[in-house]
Write a protein that binds this ligand. Structure first.
Ligand code: TMP
Length: 213
């Protein structure tokens, strides 16, 4: 497989990923790149149905492993049917959440263990890691405030988790950035405008890949 640009966006709840992924998509398209923007859980018809089970409160408590296997199942569909074919056609793929979300949420916050999550992926997916992962890092205080704000607006099953759970998610992302320093681009997103954050993302990507696209 020709390894083209496969960039994932990660961060705790409310870190502003969607705004930034859309900005990068528009930017790359304006430069003539063929861009696929997608997200997880989801990205395929079956994946969107699995997403409903995962985030719908009516699913109630799920066993941590059940949650992991559902995340892995939708990823198997998504990677094999959508992401890999797009990369093989030379597209730039931008994905809102991916493997590292499973490492942070299921591996660390649900305490399954990051090693087990990684091993599971190694067993069923080949060459699945993104070329870059943009981590929108927010302080635990900002993160908790955003979780509280969301809690007032009909939060989904995972957003409704405890503050401790969300603090562990933030901690996990900081660990992941250290485990994969060559892949992670960490952007401090606290107290910055979306335009300022985007400028930093663009600068970091240009430094890594040379002028885009
Ligand atoms: P979203 O709100 O960013 O669309 O993500 C949906 C939720 O799914 C979010 O709370 C994070 C969670 N999630 C996991 O727990 N593990 C995963 O592997 C992925 C992709 C998402």
């Amino acid at each position: 497989m020709t390894r083209n640009l496969f960039i994932t966006f990660e961060g705790p709840e409310g870190s502003g990923k969607s705004t930034q992924i859309n900005k990068l998509c528009e930017y790359l398209k304006s430069k003539g790149a063929d861009v696929l923007i997608t997200r997880e859980p989801g990205g395929t018809f079956a994946g969107d149905r699995i997403r409903s089970i995962l985030i719908d409160k009516s699913s109630g408590d799920l066993e941590p492993e059940t949650e992991l296997f559902l995340m892995a199942a939708q990823r198997n569909e998504h990677f094999k049917k959508v992401i890999k074919p797009a990369l093989d056609k030379g597209k730039v793929v931008l994905c809102d959440r991916y493997f590292d979300s499973s490492m942070a949420y299921q591996g660390y916050a649900r305490k399954i263990g990051m090693e087990r999550v990684k091993k599971l992926h190694d067993e069923f997916l080949q060459d699945y890691l993104p070329s870059s992962t943009i981590l929108l890092s927010i302080s635990p205080e900002t993160g908790l405030n955003r979780v509280k704000e969301r809690a007032q607006k009909n939060p989904d099953r995972i957003e409704s988790e405890s503050q401790d759970f969300h603090l562990m998610v933030s901690e996990a992302y900081e660990k992941l950035a250290k485990i994969y320093p060559e892949r992670f681009i960490k952007i401090i997103a606290d107290n910055k405008t979306p335009d300022d954050i985007f400028e930093e993302i663009l600068k970091a990507i240009n430094e890594k890949y040379g002028k885009l696209p």
